[in-house]
Write a protein that binds this ligand. Sequence first.
Ligand SMILES: Nc1ncnc2c1ncn2[C@@H]1O[C@H](COP(=O)(O)OP(=O)(O)O)[C@@H](O)[C@H]1O
Ligand SMILES: [Mg+2]
Length: 242
Amino acid sequence: MRDSGNAIAIHNLCKSYKTLEALKNVTFTVKRGDFFGFLGPNGAGKTTTINVITGLSNYNSGEVRIFGHDVTRDYRQARQLIGLCTQEFNFDPFLSIFQMLVYQAGYFGIPANEAGQKARELLKRFSLLDKQHEKYRALSGGMKKRLLLCRALIHDPEILILDEPTSGCDLELKFLIWDQLALLNKEGKTIFLTTHYMEEAEKLSKTIGIINHGHIVKMGAKEDILRDKSLQDVFLEVTGIE
Ligand SMILES: Nc1ncnc2c1ncn2[C@@H]1O[C@H](COP(=O)(O)OP(=O)(O)O)[C@@H](O)[C@H]1O
Ligand SMILES: [Mg+2]
């Protein structure tokens, strides 16, 4: 298994939507156990990168491996290692949130009794256990966000990928999500988080990658990224577009 020390290895990834080049020779790795902040303004290519990593989107050229598994050739093995917390809510409206979690676990081959136990554990962790028999419509916006996290974690993935997890959150929810992500990383999960908030990348990440117009602008340890004075222009440009 090549690259198995890296949780995520992306090499020369190019992806176009018709004539728009959304990703231009994107190359970087995320080490096992890292907390990687993928920072960039709207339209930079963050979600497109996530879609390729999780097999939701095809790509023109390049290579993406998850612990050595190619996301196209070894799709199932690669996908099994990832928990995805999407930006948008896409829950089945007819299931209770407990059933929804058990069904989700089923996609990863987890038997229902084991999944049920894990679902209750996660619902408790995210203060949703008293809502387990409700349909997702009955949840507040903040509860839906926390449910997205439960769903991403139901098969106990090695890597947790989150697409702008705190955009649109109030302060209390933002801090709760930040605390949980820090804890999950301490527990050993590799975290890949996209954000357009410098503050969020600065607060949580060990490693920061900056993307703009489909290009990787900078990549490195957080301390180095923050110390690099030449980056002030990059930050200005990145946040200026926002
Ligand atoms: N399905 C799509 N069809 C056409 N263009 C798209 C599609 N998805 C994204 N794009 C374009 O690709 C670029 C990168 O988008 P995206 O990856 O969503 O950026 P980010 O998540 O960083 O905001 C943007 O210019 C966006 O308009
Ligand atoms: Mg996006």
